[in-house]
Write a protein of this length. Sequence first.
Length: 364
Amino acid sequence: TADPSPTPARYRIAAIPADGVGAEVVAAGRSVLDALAAGSGGAFSFDWTEFPWGSRYYAETGAMMADDGLDRLKEFDAIYFGAVGWPTVPDHISLWGLRLRVCQGFDQWANVRPVRFLPGVLSPLRAADRAELDWVVVRENSEGEYAGFGGRNFAGRGAGGEVAVQSSVFTETGCERIIRFAFDLARTRERRKVSSVTKSNAQQYGMVLWDEVFRRVAADYPDVETESVLVDAMAAKFVLRPEELSVVVASNLNADILSDLGSALAGSLGLAASANLNPERAWPSMFEPVHGSAPDIAGQGVANPIGAVGSAAMMLDHFGLSEQAGRLNRAIAATTAAGVLPRDLGGRASTAEVTAAIIDALAD
Ligand code: GGG
């Protein structure tokens, strides 16, 4: 008897466009994923549920997301996120009330941010260095400078005026898991190298612990080249020696800053894709462009959808649809190579035009 046809995979995805251009880029990513599914001959499909959370929801309810939001999200296979932040809500309220609540609530401790050169995109790097731009920044996403410990109105030290304290928390377990993740990732890449970034000359407790854990874990990966670099030196290295990098692992704040620098070197923050992973798969992972809500261009239909579409490709990879992810990344590269560029890349194509060009290129 013939084998029964495989059961089509139906992925339940929670879409949270949130603020500003989030709505436009999430819509773009959804239409690209739906086009891929439509062309899959019924092999897979996406079942979308959209949540209205964000700064407008905050204005109506006093919270960035529903109280039972995490309970509702845990039923999904993945979360597809837009951007958070709007001028009417203090940034720390919107960030902690939504993006960080999801990342930390679901222990999405690995934030993976690839930095890649795309053909046809003007990069500020020297031409010879552009081809070298193929890194992954691995951001510790659960603790460090984003542990949320501290407070205001401390009296005592400081001669007058308010005193605020913000503590970083580095746990041995937290350092070890993200550093191992970076080493395992390096083993899948042509250049097997991990660069660890701290500021351990000045941050003498947590970041010294990070450095020690890095050296201990590195001993388990003798086939992987390593270096430890201070964050200020690494910022310079990004610009001056891109050919020396492959996987860069850093704490929450340092990696956030470095990955923005990396995407600017690739041509624009609008290109940068990311995955907030719970590698144990106990909870859903979240995929989002690295960029924020860009209030200055929101609603104009000119936002760059490439970061969001690249994040959709990372979601496909997460589902094991690696061939489809590769197809999508090639379609993005074909689109930029053909000169279909949005405004942030010096072009004139609208969000909808770039998205349509990516969908067309999927057919090639
Ligand atoms: N899509 C990413 C996003 O909305 N980022 C907003 C932001 O302010 N992020 C700061 C951070 O993640 O550290």
